[in-house]
Write a protein that binds this ligand. Sequence first.
Ligand code: HEC
Ligand code: HEC
Length: 385
Amino acid sequence: MTRGAFCFLALSLTLLQACNPDSTSTIPELVLDEQILLEAVLNLPDQHYAYSDIELPNFLAIPPVNNADNTPNNNPITDAGATLGRVLFYDKKLSANNTIACASCHLQENSFTDPVALSTGFEGELTGRHSMSLANARYYQNGHFFWDERASSLEEQTLLPIQDHIEMGMFLETLETKLAQEYYYRILFRQAFGDIEITSDRISLALSQFIRSMLSYNSKYDKGLAQLSNPGQGLPGFTAQENLGRAVFFSPTLGNCAGCHRTNLFIGDRAQNNGLDLSSTDNGLGDVTGFPTDNGKFKVPSLRNIALTAPYMHDGRFNTLHQVVDHYNNGVQPHPNLDIMLRGANNQPRRLNLSVEEREALVAFLETLTDEEFINDVRFSDPFK
Ligand code: HEC
Ligand code: HEC
């Protein structure tokens, strides 16, 4: 929209308010004009998309998964709040030189991670670790974020990349002033929070709502689960190979993957060491707590959409799921903090000794966790024109 057209609209907005003393009758017209103003820049529906009150599949709505929901009481998802979060997430104005948005390193087609090992920040420098998928982050029970769990809530986390000197390089006060200059933010903040005041607090709340609304539960695995009548049997719709992979994943004597990647979200509940190295170059949780016994421990992320989120691990060291499976099969290193789940006889790293067939099957099973609906869901897509 041209500046002139915008001024005209802004003027008519003010006139509407001024001419009609009966405020309630002005509301529909104001809403209409706000929509026109928003549409100049953003692809947003007349009515907000639904982010709250979503009908969830059974397994998400009952224990143990629903107990792991890290939504705080003061920040429930609202449709207007998540809509604002979506716009912020895709807005390059959040970086100091308007080049990088959250979405630059968290791509929807990759389940909101970055397909390169290290991401490029606003001045071309690389991040210290691999980006993380954001799908189902809402169900990480201890509510800590980042590979090393240094953010103790999502609300705390969402302001950190903005201020990070490699990622976005912004001061929060500067950001507040910068966003207040955009009429679409004045509208979106009012819709989400009741008035046009733009604070970093509200930015963090809205971004967190948007991220918590990123739930993935429409994979082939889910479709099989929904049709399963006898839990002892293979999943309906699965090939024999995928069902073998599922058995390997869950079986304590074969893969035992479910020992750490738990529930139907295949997510952990605390940082652990999975034996990537004999001694850690990146101490992970250990550098946050200061305890040597935490060295080399990292968050256990959800394996949902794992086929889309390569490369793998906190440093993106593995390019394929085959390499990941080979690591667990015979590559686990005797790090002093190696988790008990990955130790066998004499406390030595466990060797799974899976056959080629079982390893292939495990990869085939992990590929059933891909959710095409999620990565094509318009509610999570770039709203900018
Ligand atoms: C330059 C790339 C980059 C940008 C920009 C970026 N991120 Fe990230 N993000 C990362 C990396 C890398 C990590 C992992 C860092 C670590 O653990 O030390 C990460 C981790 C996260 C996590 C933790 C997920 C989990 O499960 O613990 C969240 C949430 C997140 N980012 C949200 C955001 C939001 C919101 C924005 C925008 C305000 C953003 N990111 C901007 C690269 C980026
Ligand atoms: C002791 C707990 C534990 C067990 C058992 C375990 N994992 Fe993991 N897994 C982790 C941890 C911790 C990470 C993250 C490590 C890191 O990045 O440093 C991880 C990461 C992964 C990743 C990469 C995730 C990403 O987003 O990059 C995949 C894939 C994976 N595991 C698959 C498996 C499979 C398959 C098995 C069974 C053969 C398995 N895991 C068994 C703890 C475990």
